[in-house]
Design a protein around this ligand. Structure first.
Ligand code: NAI
Length: 700
């Protein structure tokens, strides 16, 4: 049973019981209507209370039913709310902990509402690219006033019940209970108090007006348009609330429903719903059950206090976990900790961190030059130079000193984690934890699963990732793991585009218009063009058959490594980050074309976007096929959280689905005909061919 029915004297109580947050799935909805019917039929029952068991009143729609026929099967939420509103006996909603989305809408259909303090109240549909679809835009303005309601609907943010209760003129809550513990008793008493009152108050009968009318909504629309940029839903929220002030209730409800259904079909909403599910799915590893026992992580050690080591340490300090950093020399330790201090101090200055919090965090940090001091750590993360010899020495030493059961992680971005594990006698305890720079800011953590990595090690690392607020995605072992392996193909395409006639600024502009935070050339200048140069030199030895444009090498030969050298693909003024198109680079690219006998051609922005994005898609498909990633949505999470892929597109794999894999494959075949490009690379991955033949996409 996902909704229980119990009679307490003359009051019937319907308790939603669908853990974890009493999602309004089909069985729960049926439970509510069944309870209402029983209560109507029982002459001894004078009033009804609806409440939620466990950790919530209700979190709204049951995400497990998303996209399934159950989600809209009758009684749908609108019908349930109507049944509540039409009850001939008063219905009191007793809300606590969480009243969100459909949960809040359900309470708005009740005749009375009593809230426990500290209840999170929200209509968060906009975060999924939607507007509330069960009367939220029609009823919330009637009880909270147009402005507060619109703020809540457009932002989707939760507000505490006691704050809402304190708003003058609010009609959302009739009572504020003393505590969550006394809520049910207080709700029963309230129900008895109102049991005989008629007519039953209905939110739909309340007036809904704004004194400034059109001017207010025009102003709101302009504000929201600027903020919403790539998303249609926020402006539709304004339209819907405006309709609440202008249309009759039932007409407004129809308009709300129509907008909701239309938004459901937009690529932006599909992208946001995909991300919502993908985020949750990423933490699940197919062959590692969720109840796998985890190792306890009380102390962390970090080897290397360079760019990455410092940032990695900050994550744990921020989460209240003590960290010891080890370096080879005292100067390196001093430099590393000074950078961390500077970083925290900047946050204090900006008011983002309180001084006492900063002191508290730094007090959890210790430094050492001796491995002996690390032996009690439960997790050690190595972030030394990217050199197998250096990693070998470090891991052999760790194997000797660390206590049994400690997790030994490497932050390597390119090296073979299986080989690193083989330097120890405990390969089951070795795992890759690939952070992204700046490690204290970037959300992504690639968790690299070695051949022998134990399941409880993986489960522990995924749990600790959550604790330090990272989005962890599991990757198998391969060169570049998921993210960098794909970006290499993307960078190769960027190089070919220059050779064929584009300029760095045209390529950057086209992909930034598509929505990327930064184009490949501005990105190269920020990260340092020398990093890619080193990788290409290695590639030239490992895979001499791999075709790539030489322009980036030529740029590096000129010492133009990017912002850090004051020049890269663009010129930079001292101390500034603005990318200024460079005459010298344009001449260099033109000279290179001439050398190669290439006649430049005009390249459209569409071609630029397709070649860059579909190169990610084809490599992503190989990664899936090889089992390096276990699901397409994991690849999307990597790109959304680590590479600035536009959120409204939902990641490269979902984008390919939205374009249609058949169309993507046709484009790849077209690119194969281009003699300047790499025909072998553009051979569509077998997985793409298979999915096209089955009429499917990466996400079903
Ligand atoms: P870095 O050069 O800034 O720092 C490395 C630090 O390790 C230096 O302070 C050095 O003194 C110390 N070190 C070297 N050998 C050591 C040893 N045997 N014992 C103790 N300390 C030692 O390098 P960065 O950029 O922090 O990179 C570290 C690791 O992180 C590399 O494996 C790199 O591939 C990886 N990585 C780097 C990213 C980046 O954007 N910089 C991104 C993701 C991973």
């Amino acid at each position: 049973m996902t909704a229980e029915y119990k009679v307490h004297g003359d009051v019937a109580v319907i308790t939603l019981n669908n853990p974890p947050v009493n999602g309004l799935g089909l069985a729960t909805r049926q439970g509510i209507t069944a309870g209402l019917e029983k209560a109507q039929a029982d002459a001894a029952v004078k009033a009804i209370v609806i409440t939620g068991a466990g950790k919530a009143f209700s979190g709204g729609a049951d995400i497990r039913e998303f996209g399934s026929p159950k989600a809209i099967a009758e009684p749908n939420l609108l019908s349930v709310i109507l049944a509540v509103e039409n009850s001939t006996k008063p219905v009191v909603a007793a809300v606590h902990s969480i009243a969100m989305g459909g949960g809040l809408e359900l309470s708005l259909g009740c005749h009375y509402r009593i809230a426990a303090p500290d209840c999170n109240v929200a209509l968060p549909e906009v975060k999924l690219g939607l507007i509330p679809g069960a009367g939220g835009t029609m009823r919330l303005p009637r009880v909270m006033g147009v402005e507060t309601a619109l703020n809540m609907i457009v932002s989707g943010e939760a507000v505490k019940s006691e704050l809402l209760f304190a708003q003058p003129g609010q009609k959302l809550f009739d009572r504020l209970a003393k505590s969550a513990d006394s809520l049910l008793d207080e709700a029963l008493a309230f129900a008895r108090e109102v049991a005989g009152k008629r007519p039953l108050p209905r939110v739909r009968d309340l007036p809904c007006k704004h004194p400034m009318g059109d001017a207010y909504f025009q102003f709101a629309r302009n504000m929201v348009k600027g903020m919403a940029k790539n998303f249609p839903a926020p402006v539709k929220c304004v339209d819907a609330v405006e309709a609440a002030t202008k249309k009759k209730f039932d007409e407004g409800m129809l308009a709300e429903r129509e907008t909701f259904m239309n938004l459901m079909l937009t690529p932006e909403s599909r992208a946001l719903r995909h991300i919502f599910m993908a985020e949750r799915a990423a933490s699940k590893i197919p062959d590692v059950p969720e109840d796998t026992p985890k190792r306890e992580i009380r102390k962390v050690a970090v080897i290397g206090a360079g760019t990455m080591g410092g940032g990695i340490s900050m994550n744990f300090l921020n989460a209240g976990i003590p960290v010891t950093i080890l370096e080879m020399k005292q100067e390196a330790l001093d430099r590393g900790t000074a950078t961390m201090r500077k970083n925290y101090e900047a946050q204090v200055k900006k008011g983002k961190l309180k001084q006492d919090k900063y002191d508290q965090r730094m007090s959890l940090l210790s430094t050492t030059l001796k491995y002996e001091d690390l032996k009690d750590a439960d997790l050690v993360i190595e972030a030394v130079f990217e050199d197998m010899g250096v990693k070998q020495t470090v891991f052999e030493t760790l194997d000797k000193v660390m206590k049994p059961g400690a997790i030994l992680a490497s932050n390597t971005s390119t090296l073979d984690v299986n080989k690193i594990a083989s330097f120890t006698k405990r390969p089951q305890d070795v795992v890759g934890m690939h952070f992204f720079s700046p490690a204290n800011v970037m959300k992504l953590l690639e968790v690299v699963r070695g051949e022998k990595t134990a399941k409880d090690v993986l489960a522990t690392v995924m749990a600790i990732a959550k604790k330090i607020k990272k989005t962890a995605v599991v990757s198998g072992v391969c060169d570049g793991f998921i993210g960098n392996r794909m970006i290499e193909q993307y960078s190769r395409q960027a190089g070919f585009l220059l050779d064929e006639g584009a300029t760095p600024q045209q390529v950057d502009r086209a992909i930034e218009k598509f929505g990327f935070a930064m184009g490949p050339f501005r990105m190269g200048d920020l990260a340092g063009n020398d990093i890619g140069w080193a990788i290409r030199k290695r590639r030239a030895q490992e895979r001499p058959d791999m075709k790539y444009s030489r322009t980036a090498d030529k740029l590096c030969e000129l010492g133009r490594f990017g912002q850090k050298t004051g020049a890269g693909w663009y010129d930079y003024q001292q101390g500034k980050r603005d990318a200024i198109p460079s005459r010298l680079v344009e001449d260099m690219v033109a000279a290179h074309r001439k050398e190669q006998g290439i006649e430049p051609r005009k390249i459209s922005d569409d071609e630029i976007v397709q070649r860059l994005v579909f190169s990610l898609v084809n490599e992503g498909a190989h990664i899936l096929e090889e089992g390096i990633a276990s699901k397409a949505s994991d690849i999307d999470m990597v790109y959304l959280t680590g590479y600035g892929f536009p959120v409204h597109r939902g990641g490269p794999m979902l984008y390919a689905d939205q374009v249609g894999l058949f169309n993507v494959m046709q484009a790849m075949k077209r690119f194969q005909q281009n003699p300047r490009d790499d025909a072998k690379f553009w051979e569509p991955a077998p997985l793409i061919r298979k999915l096209v033949a089955e009429g499917k996409g990466f996400n079903g």
